[in-house]
Design a protein around this ligand. Structure first.
Ligand SMILES: Cc1cc2nc3c(=O)[nH]c(=O)nc-3n(C[C@H](O)[C@H](O)[C@H](O)COP(=O)(O)O)c2cc1C
Length: 334
């Protein structure tokens, strides 16, 4: 049983009293029914708002407990079932709702998708319309070229300089800037990060053998500007079966895996760590897209992949979770 004594209890999923005896909760692994604890649950849940520690909640509940009720053990069970969490690890629950395979996935037809895309977003009442012209600026040409590529050229493979540029753009340490903190200077990156905590780690899956990089998995070191080959190498042969949105990886040069240490952000941001990590991975990906637009490299961001299978197969660090992938290669000319 995990030690949750100092936890700030937080309800991580919805639920309702089905009848006088049973509560039903919708956890990320399915519905859970709890019997004969309705009045206990009804009193406990409003207290589990992330602001109160377990011991305070137990104290407040003391008067209501029936003889022989072990609230400590009951709370531990709710933790185990994924109904309660600590506010600093609530990201684990939310992450499990968003992981693949998606538990609430709806397959919609491309006709439905097109209808949805055409549908207007919610409108606001406005009083005036001011027309603008976008000025010419250096990035404009690159922003206009940004696109996703899912097919790559038959011939050719990207050189290490191109790949290094891609990784540096996505998550590199800036060359000149540094941030002055009260306790010293810290490095800064090509992307912003909540609290400057930089919780992302990028891996390169090199799919081809080149002079400098052989097929395998490397960890990107954004400070040393180096790719460091993992000691334990996983199997790269079945990656296609774990990835959706791209039919073949045969012609791709490689894949960026953006992985995260959610806990690092959670130390400061608790429940906000989950959206922060997704935002930060998005910043890295957008930089990668822009680099590829400038260099005419094919690139596509993919969130549809089996996180656990991929992580296990590649033997990625167990303390880091893959968030999003970017497949890249030599662009196929139209
Ligand atoms: C967060 C995110 C996740 C994405 N995941 C996938 C994916 O799993 N599979 C896929 O084929 N494309 C994926 N894409 C790419 C989008 O399909 C693509 O950006 C969109 O169709 C618009 O095309 P464009 O990038 O060429 O403008 C993703 C894009 C974003 C921003």
């Amino acid at each position: 049983m995990m030690n949750i004594d100092n936890s700030y209890l937080y309800l991580t999923c919805g639920g309702y009293p089905k009848d006088n005896e049973t509560w039903v909760f919708f956890t990320s692994v399915g519905e859970v029914e709890i019997k004969n604890a309705n009045s206990l649950i009804t009193r406990l849940l409003p207290l589990c708002n992330g602001n109160k520690q377990k011991r305070e909640i137990i104290k407040r509940m003391e008067h209501y407990l029936e003889e022989g009720t072990d609230l400590d053990a009951f709370i531990a069970d709710l933790f185990d079932m994924g109904i309660l969490s600590d506010k600093f690890s609530v990201y684990k629950a939310w992450k499990s709702y968003g992981e693949n395979p998606m538990i609430f996935f709806e397959e919609i037809s491309s006709q439905q998708a097109c209808r949805l895309i055409k549908k207007e977003l919610p409108r606001d009442e406005t009083i005036e319309k001011i027309k603008t012209n976008t000025p010419d600026f250096y990035m404009k040409g690159i922003l206009n070229k940004r696109c996703s590529t899912r097919e790559f050229a038959q011939e050719g493979v990207l050189k290490i300089e191109d790949i290094a540029g891609l990784f540096w753009s996505a998550y590199g340490v800036q060359e000149e800037r540094e941030k002055i903190w009260r306790y010293g200077k810290e490095k800064t990156y090509t992307v912003p990060s909540g609290g400057g905590l930089y919780p992302l780690v990028l891996y390169l899956i090199e799919l081809k053998d080149t002079q400098e990089l052989t097929r395998g998995v490397y960890r990107w070191n954004g400070q040393a500007l180096s790719f460091e080959k993992l000691k334990k190498q996983g199997c790269l042969d079945n990656l296609e079966s774990m990835v959706t949105g791209i039919d073949s990886l045969e012609k791709a040069t490689g894949i960026i895996v953006v992985a995260a240490d959610y806990g690092r952000s959670a130390v400061k941001y608790s429940n906000k760590a989950y959206p922060l990590i997704l935002l930060e991975a998005g910043h890295a990906m957008q930089n990668a897209y822009l680099y590829c637009a400038e260099k005419n490299i094919g690139f596509v961001e993919l969130s549809g992949f089996e996180q656990k299978d991929l992580s296990d197969t590649l033997k990625l660090n167990k303390k880091l979770d893959p968030v999003v992938l970017g497949v890249f290669g030599v662009k196929k000319e139209d």
